[in-house]
Design a protein around this ligand. Structure first.
Ligand code: GDP
Ligand code: GDP
Length: 463
């Protein structure tokens, strides 16, 4: 039903190259925000990272990879290479970046050899090409056998428009189709094809995010280990979940972030960018899972992360992890649930689950609920049903009449989905008490099936 054909995805372009050629700088330039970590230290970009990129209207998802170093598999760089290979599989095009100033190195040639073994179309990018000192490097890059290099300066923003010429023939058609699908107006009652569930796992350091994701994927795809902050950035992974209850396979795109850490042993720069990264993960996600640690309980920072997700209009659920070692389980569960309800007035009936990333307990239930939650987050209520509810709600509890003049509420329409947005038209709306607005919002939530998702309501004067 939700085949990629119905809902063409934005093309994905991966940035590949040896350390220090300027991949992260190029990523930042394309995404237009300072999100990737730029550092002179090779290999500072350790995991894949996603961004929404645009060049002259051409929209695509750009993936920044780890630095490329061919070393023993057991070392961190060796494992990074594995991740690069995994991202290549899902890419529609690759930008192979070389350093026009430094000239080609044996590693560049090795990467070129490797890329030739893959089917991914390559756009060769000679970076750091500003000024004279890049000229010979640009020429030298021809020898890699990927045709004419696009000379750019990621740092100075030169040549970026030329990248359009390189990418357009490869991904233009797909980008157009994706944009058209995203902008197509929905007919009343029609449901948008939903595509893979975009799921973000967020939470404080050590809540068990990496362990959880590894458990879900059933393989050691994330770099877990005792090193603090090893997954420094957000990464995305596409996979298929076997939904045993319905006997179907469902597509999930996981966005993981290890951000929001508040450890003292990371530098301020990493700290700041990691929080930005968690925001980014929330941006990308449809459903955000806030992971708590049963042995730590709920802290102020957890509520902040939850509020951030709701402010961004995401569907939110909470999973209390490490249930295998939880003490006094039922009072712990109820305590956390009550504290969440108190702390987050924006939603009612926030789904809360107990899970164990270690044993796998509760994970299938949690994922099933994530799909259900997305359904209501994406749901459109037909106008007739909506106004039937509205009339009933007004009849049951008429709006007040300050100064003897009744506030008129005429009708309601659903302006959008994901998150659900409603507009109520009426007159003398400035006089409408907040409490009455809340009454209507609570009605939308409980009577129209938007229980656990953030709902937006705007009041508009009807002319
Ligand atoms: P990565 O390891 O490939 O991600 O490389 P980075 O993006 O971290 O960049 C490595 C270094 O090259 C940094 O010091 C950047 O400031 C520098 N750099 C990146 N792009 C350019 C460029 O266009 N011109 C020059 N001169 N330096 C650049
Ligand atoms: P992250 O910082 O959120 O990615 O957390 P990690 O996945 O690195 O996990 C932090 C620690 O908690 C590790 O020592 C894990 O082995 C442990 N851990 C994670 N999930 C569970 C769980 O369900 N049960 C138990 N007992 N330990 C867990």
């Amino acid at each position: 039903m939700n085949s990629p054909k119905n809902n063409p995805a934005k093309p994905t372009v991966i940035i590949i190259g040896r350390p220090n050629v300027g991949k992260s700088t190029l990523f930042n330039r394309l995404v237009g925000k300072k999100l990737a970590l730029v550092d002179d230290q090779p290999g500072v970009t350790r995991d894949r990272r996603l961004g929404d990129a645009e060049i002259a209207g051409l929209q695509f998802t750009v993936v920044d990879t780890a630095g490329w170093e061919d070393e023993d598999e057991l070392t961190l760089p060796g494992r990074m290479r594995k991740q690069t290979e995994a991202s290549l599989e899902g890419a529609d095009a690759a930008m192979f970046v070389v350093d026009a100033r430094a000239g080609l190195t044996p590693l560049d040639n090795e990467i070129a050899r490797y890329l030739r073994e893959h089917d991914v179309p390559i756009v060769l990018v000679a970076n750091k090409a500003e000024g004279k000192s890049g000229e010979s490097g640009v020429l030298e890059a021809y020898s890699l056998g990927f045709g004419e290099p696009v000379a750019v300066s990621a740092e100075h923003g030169e040549g970026i428009a030329d990248l359009f010429g390189g990418l357009w023939p490869i991904i233009g058609e797909q980008a157009d189709a994706a944009e058209a699908a995203a902008n197509a107006p929905l007919e009343e009652g029609e449901e948008a094809p939903l595509g893979p569930l975009k799921l973000a796992i967020v939470g404080r350091p050590n809540a068990g995010k990496s362990t959880l994701i590894n458990r879900l994927l059933g393989e050691d795809r994330l770099l877990t280990g005792p090193e603090a902050g090893i997954t420094r950035d957000s990464i995305a992974i596409d996979w298929e979940w076997e939904d045993k209850r319905s006997g179907t396979t469902r597509e999930i795109r996981l966005i993981d972030t290890a951000g929001m850490r508040k450890k003292r042993n990371v530098t301020e720069k990493l700290e700041k960018l990691s929080v930005a990264d968690a925001r980014r993960a929330v941006d990308f996600a449809e459903v955000v899972v806030l992971l708590l640690d049963a042995t730590q309980g709920l802290e102020h920072q957890d509520l902040k992360i939850a509020a951030l997700a709701l402010e961004e209009g995401r569907a939110l659920m909470v999973a209390i992890n490490k249930w295998d070692i939880a003490e006094d389980a039922s009072s712990l569960f109820n305590g956390i649930k009550a504290a969440l309800y108190d702390g987050l007035a924006q939603v009612r009936g926030l789904p809360v689950f107990s899970v164990s990333a270690k044993t796998g307990k509760g994970l299938d239930t949690m994922l099933g609920a994530a799909f259900t939650l997305r359904d209501s987050w994406s749901k459109r209520v037909p106008t007739a049903a909506l106004n039937r509810w509205f009339d009933d709600a007004l009849a049951a509890n008429p709006p007040p009449a300050p100064g003897g003049r009744r506030i008129k509420l005429r009708y309601i329409t659903q302006a959008g989905t994901r998150p659900p947005r409603f507009v109520i038209f009426g007159s003398r709306l400035d006089d409408l008490p907040k409490s009455y607005e809340r009454y209507l919002i609570n009605g939308i939530r409980s009577k129209l099936g938007f229980d656990a998702v953030p709902v937006r309501v705007t009041l508009k004067s009807a002319k």
